[in-house]
Design a protein around this ligand. Structure first.
Ligand code: BGC
Ligand code: NOJ
Length: 814
């Protein structure tokens, strides 16, 4: 069953009923000002850091789940009836409800008793504000006398403190109201130099800034007292819960339409110009007023919206494909790319499942996110790489996360995840292959942000590699530390205390537990590093890296192979994990996918065998399960993985992030049919017809789909912020369609299903547009390329020597 449809032409998903199985959200903003918005206008906004600069308040895991947001009410002032055109919070029976989630905007509208209202929510490019552009039309045969109300609940900036420290926070809320604009200035009188504002283009009849004055005692947003009475109370918040609410009257003749614009924004003043007059406590509004005035004008708003649309058309235009599969096209051309921007911006911090206070930017996560993002805005990828590297420790190790606002490593979230450093190499390699910008390798970057410790980025990569060599275990495999990619495989943790965090609790300084996954990652990263090093003219170093890689491959062959598949790890007692010898957790997906994608076992048949085992033991119709059999009880020596009930998350859930590793692995053994089949099983668009089972948004990937051991097999969770986005994008575009970035040019080497007659693509790469046509002439994966009609050898199309900006590439598969 579906809850809407894809409108590919407009780059939108259109939700046609408000009661989706879960809130289906979208992101507003893609630079510094961000918001999440659900299909019923729920959600919140923040500036740069979802925890430290939260602009509006949101209560997670509410009842219903999604309650609180950017709510507009319409009130028929003759009958006294009021309703929400976005359905929530009043939940009236609306006609023609639609929510169009598009690229950076959400348009929600409906009709109720002859009044049609649509609100377009978006963040203009390069601004720290959001627009709610409301259009109301009277389809009745008589005049309509309406009041329009807008509401937001301000957050007192630090979202964590805001949700817990009531003894202080109930006394600090402050606002100013001037010309109908509501300014939220809590803590501005002391150490803050930023404030929020909420403005309305209509004539403001009345306002409220104290929540209880609007809502009334023992009431909620669905039945505010002031709306029942028909008039806001002009309350001025002192302490308690500051809000912003406007009331504006609209008289509409039959057929008449009116527009009202609301602007919610964030503004900073220089420290020495906070007040006006300077010796007062009054907000200096001199620089913010022109911004507000500009966006209360519909001509500017319309132009800003067109700008945003053009911006996205440009970004998506970097790669457009036309394959025989609609779901591939839709995800590659629109939604998967769009999701990659969201994961790049948010890492894992703010979604419907990530509260914005729990996690900052992950070291591992942000590096992997680059795989799907780097082609979009390479300059931002560059900046991110340098920020990440600056949090690296002198040992080559990493803080697991850092806060975007301070750009400092976050010690509270722990470290010693021994895979972390290698992802920096993977991220940098992706950047270099896309841009060719080797100057980044010479950028001086500090360790742990300590001034004076700067070394070229290249040395950071070398230390990343060395980090593992300094930490090898009894079999010569990498020690796992706190965990590897699988945060929940905690082999040194031994936690038996309820509530203790597996992620941060003091671990044993383990010298035994080893990770075959990190070994595979070491091989991949080591090859990348050797490539980079060679191109820097350091042939001897490059050779020594390759020698280490070969030695590690050998170790994997001797101690990381179980006969039919790759082992997963050794525990603290030196016992195998992910082996036929285990009673549970006999086979894991991570090492099968990753070792093969890193090229291990391609020559000696291990790769093919490992992938056959995946197909036999782990693949389901809803995707590939993380491990089997699921752990049926808690194992002290395994940690969090066995804390989840069977079928969920890391305990035998379909952890979508690692499915594309297997897809890439399948392309490496030449099996395009299977690669694409796996791709389709978790492709959200392909799963749209089973939205009632899948439950999450059909336009973006979710982190997890419940595995076959869970009662809800096939149900997705944790949508949006997941490495699944970047990896699937990378797998389908660079490995299945085979349009692969490389140092010397664009490689074209597809491994597609046998049944496909071919496909077309356009890729803008280093300023040149490549028009690519692939035709199938036989069933294999051998490609013969012609560039502008001239056959070339191999699969790398070099940049045009004569500086031309367009190239036509034809590939024939036999
Ligand atoms: C989750 C992991 C996550 C980790 C870190 C665990 O509870 O299962 O998926 O990476 O927490 O926040
Ligand atoms: C989610 C985390 O964000 C990611 O870093 C990790 O690799 C996976 N969970 C698996 O545990």
């Amino acid at each position: 069953m579906r809850f809407g449809y894809f409108d590919d032409k407009n780059l939108e998903y259109v939700i046609t009923r408000p009661d989706t199985p879960l809130p289906w959200i979208n992101y507003l903003g893609c630079q510094a000002y961000f918001g999440i918005i659900s299909n019923t206008a729920g959600g919140y906004s923040f500036h740069r850091d979802a925890r430290l600069r939260r602009i509006t308040r949101y209560r997670y895991n509410n009842v219903p789940y999604d309650f609180g947001g950017r709510y507009i009410y319409l009130r028929d002032d003759e009958s006294g009836e009021f309703w929400s055109p976005s359905w929530q919070p009043t939940r009236h029976d609306l006609e023609d409800y639609t929510c169009r989630h598009g690229m950076g905007y959400t348009l929600i509208g409906s009709r109720y008793k002859g009044i049609v209202a649509h609100t377009n929510y978006f963040v203009p490019l390069d601004e720290n504000l959001e627009i709610w552009q409301l259009t109301v039309t009277n389809h009745r045969s008589q005049r309509a006398s309406l009041s329009v109300f807008s509401t937001v609940e301000f957050c007192l900036w630090d979202a964590q403190d805001d949700a817990t420290n009531f003894q202080r926070n109930f006394s600090i809320g402050q606002v100013e109201i001037e010309d109908g604009v509501i300014y939220h200035k809590t803590e501005y009188r002391e150490r803050r130099d930023h404030f929020a504002y909420f403005a309305c283009s209509g004539k403001v009849e009345a306002f409220d800034t104290q929540r209880e004055a609007l809502v009334g005692p023992y009431r909620s947003w669905d039945k505010p007292l002031a709306l029942e009475r028909g008039r806001l109370t002009n309350s001025v918040a002192h302490g308690w819960a500051p809000i912003g609410a406007h009331q504006s009257k609209v008289e509409l003749a039959p057929g008449e339409t009116r527009q009202i614009i609301f602007v919610l924004g964030y503004h900073e003043n220089p420290r020495d110009q906070k007040f006006d007059p300077p010796d007062s406590q009054i907000l200096n509004k001199r620089t913010v007023k022109p911004v507000i005035a500009k966006y209360l004008d519909s001509a500017h708003v319309d132009a800003a919206f067109q700008n945003l649309r053009r911006y996205w058309q440009g970004l998506l235009g970097i790669l457009q494909v036309d394959t025989p599969d609609v779901h591939t096209n839709r995800m590659v051309n629109i939604w998967n790319a769009y999701q990659c921007m969201a994961t790049f911006n948010m890492s894992r911090s703010a979604s419907f499942y990530e509260s914005g206070i729990g996690r900052g930017l992950g070291f591992r996560d942000s590096n992997q996110d680059l795989l799907g993002f780097v082609q979009m805005v390479p300059s931002r990828a560059r900046e991110r790489i340098l920020d990440l590297a600056a949090t690296q420790l002198p040992t080559g190790g990493a803080y697991h996360q850092y806060q975007p606002l301070t750009k400092r490593g976050n010690n509270d979230v722990g470290g010693n995840f021994n895979d972390d450093p290698h992802w920096l190499i993977v991220g940098v390699a992706a950047y270099l292959k896309e841009t060719g910008d080797v100057s980044i390798l010479d950028e001086p970057v500090p360790y742990d942000n300590q001034p004076g410790s700067e070394q070229p980025l290249f040395e950071h990569l070398q230390r990343s590699f060395q980090y593992t060599l300094d930490r090898l275990g009894p079999h010569g495999l990498p020690l796992i530390g706190r965990a590897d990619w699988n945060d929940c495989l905690n082999l040194n943790c031994f936690s038996d205390t309820p509530g203790q965090s597996f992620q941060t609790t003091t671990n044993k300084d383990g010298k035994v537990a080893e990770s075959v996954f990190i070994a595979g990652l070491f091989v991949l990263a080591g090859r990348e590093l050797a490539d980079i090093t060679e191109r820097r003219g350091l042939a001897a170093e490059a050779k020594s890296y390759l020698a280490q890689v070969t030695a590690m491959e050998d170790t994997i062959r001797r101690h990381g192979w179980d006969g039919e598949w790759f082992l997963r790890a050794y525990d603290d007692f030196g016992r195998k994990i992910g082996s036929k010898e285990c009673s549970e957790g006999k086979i894991f997906i991570e090492t099968q996918g990753f070792c093969v994608l890193a090229g291990i076992g391609l020559a000696d048949g291990m790769a093919v065998k490992s992938l056959e085992s995946v197909a036999k033991y782990l693949a389901t119709e809803h995707g590939i399960i993380l491990q089997q059999p699921a752990y049926s009880r808690y194992y002290l020596e395994l940690g969090e993985i066995s804390s989840y009930p069977p079928g969920y998350k890391e305990n035998a859930g379909i952890f979508c992030h690692n499915n594309p590793w297997v897809m890439i692995a399948e392309t490496r053994v030449g099996n395009g049919d299977r690669a694409h089949d796996y791709y389709s099983r978790i492709n959200p668009s392909a799963r749209e017809p089973i939205s009632d089972l899948h439950r999450c948004e059909p336009y973006v990937y979710a982190q997890m789909i419940a595995g076959r051991d869970a009662p809800a097999h096939g149900e997705a969770k944790n949508s949006w912020l997941t490495g699944t986005a970047a990896w699937n994008y990378y797998a389908i575009t660079q490995w299945m369609l085979g349009i692969r970035t490389y140092y010397d040019g664009l490689q074209i080497s597809p491994v597609i299903p046998k049944g496909w007659r071919g496909f077309k693509a356009t890729r803008i790469f280093r300023g040149v547009t490549y028009h690519i046509t692939i035709e199938r002439a036989g069933e294999g994966n051998h490609v013969a390329l012609q560039v502008d009609g001239v056959p070339i050898k191999g699969v790398t199309v070099p940049p045009p020597a004569d500086g031309r900006k367009e190239v036509w590439v034809k590939g024939t598969l036999t």
